[in-house]
Design a protein around this ligand. Structure first.
Ligand code: SF4
Length: 63
């Protein structure tokens, strides 16, 4: 299954929960906004767990 992870514009508050769970997919930049790491595996269980763990629902995974 191919999964695509998107950022919901303007919602990330830089809590870095996602980065703590799946640093291979998410990195918080110097401005405190998460960026997707190019080439990261969006379908990895850790990546999907990170999507579910964002406290402000700033991440969306679509199959
Ligand atoms: S996407 Fe959510 S968990 Fe990740 S840095 Fe932004 S607010 Fe934090």
């Amino acid at each position: 299954m191919t999964v695509s992870i998107e950022l919901v514009p303007g919602r990330c508050e830089g809590h870095a929960v996602c980065e703590a769970i799946a640093p291979e997919v998410f990195q918080v930049d110097d401005d405190g906004i998460v960026q997707l790491v190019p080439g990261g595996d969006h379908g990895a269980e850790t990546a999907l767990a990170a999507v579910r763990s964002c406290p402000v629902a700033a991440l969306r995974a679509t199959p």
